[in-house]
Design a protein around this ligand. Sequence first.
Ligand code: AHR
Length: 509
Amino acid sequence: MRPHFWWAGLWAAAAALALSAHAAEPVQARLTVGAEAAGPRIEPTVYGHFVEHLGAGVYGGLWVGPESTIPNTRGWRNDIMQALRRVGVPVMRWPGGCFADDYDWRDGIGEPAKRPARVNKWWGGLESNRVGTHEFMDLAEMLGAQAYIAGNMGSMPPRAMADWLEYMTADGKSALAEERRRNGRDKPWAVTYFGIGNESWGCGGQMRPEYQADLHNRYATFLRSPVVRVASGDGEGNDHLVEVLMEHAGKRMDAFTLHYYTMPGDWQKKGDATGFDDVAWAKTLQSALGIEGRIAAVSRLMDKYDPTRRVALYVDEWGTWYDTPAGASALWQQNSLRDALVAALSFHAFHRHSARVKMANIAQMVNVLQALVLTDGPRMVLTPTYHAFDLYQPFKGATPLAATLETPRFRSGSVELPAVQASVARGADDRTQLALINLDPQRAARVVTNLAGHAQGRVLTATAIDAHNTFERPHLVAPSPYTARAGAQGLALDLPPRSIVVVTVASAP
Ligand code: AHR
């Protein structure tokens, strides 16, 4: 029945009033969690890292050298090491990136003073080779991280790659093992993962996938140690590449990679790391959400050639990439609350695809792209992304649980996004871990769940969408304690605008 005019007018006025009153009220979402697992356990290595000889990532970042007045252990900064140990570093990929396909491992061994300086072709400046295999493996051992070595398929022969792996991992009396001993390391190192090239479609050699597949097989053939052989994969949305590599090289790889960078703009004008508006916020989160679609698409193609899922998918470069400010070191960028939300959304995608995604490596650890740590001389600051990694620690090794989320959406400019995102898992200790993200930059959200009991954990938010930590105000964006109790409807959690909440759910006492 159509209302009369006077009634319609009244109704419109009431609706408008209600709308303005509602704007201040939280939006409502509903989360229904099931008891059954939604996939295999979340490998701790999806919280992995990437360290490249790029800008101030290594030199002037992680590494200050043993002679530095900045407190260090055999050259590696103590303050950064402490921070990284707290957050946990399950795996580290090194030495690149693009750098890896121009790197001769022999430059980085032996007497440091005698190591050659080389032009860093991709990122500028001179590479002193002061940090080489022995130094990196020392760092990995100090952090308790598994080593993921990226081998050079772009500019060195297969023999060089095979020799590097043998140098690191051979026991016994081979010439390479003896050379390692003369250089100061008796026991072989544990090298778990070995990358065969990087972005072979781009900086790794501009190869056609067909050519790369043949090369991959050739290089993989000569890797003698039992090691996880990682094939360089997609980073451009190239389905054809995935199919060719899986079909023609699938048998000689144990993992295939995906690179996915988030940006508010495009490769020509990426956008700023701070000083952005709500629209750039929403565009960035929209771009971040796109990682899941690409993971799903690559996984589907992999399923076609590898239905038993023997070959893992490693998202071994992911994170935000903004325009580098004038005067900054290569690929340096500030890191704001928005980056923490990008990290959290990415974690959720890795959790949901735990059947295929077994490793992910944020680009990069220190002073480069979406860094966890920024340094300035002796000063160091932990970024909001560091805190996101810290919040999600209970998800390492947990089993994702089936969950349905009904969420309203919000609009910013031409972008429409879900207001809330959720990830639920059962930890090794059998407790339920719940992570919620409120993507809306302005409006709070209330998430009503079917869970009983109370929730205790932490929340990460800030007053501004581009809030970030500086050397002067290092704790502006930092987690605070968070608790929620079950009401008549079940456990309900109130999320501030632009926030991440991660809690452990415990049964009511
Ligand atoms: O992480 C920076 C660069 O991005 C890496 O060197 C390369 O692999 C990618 O294009």
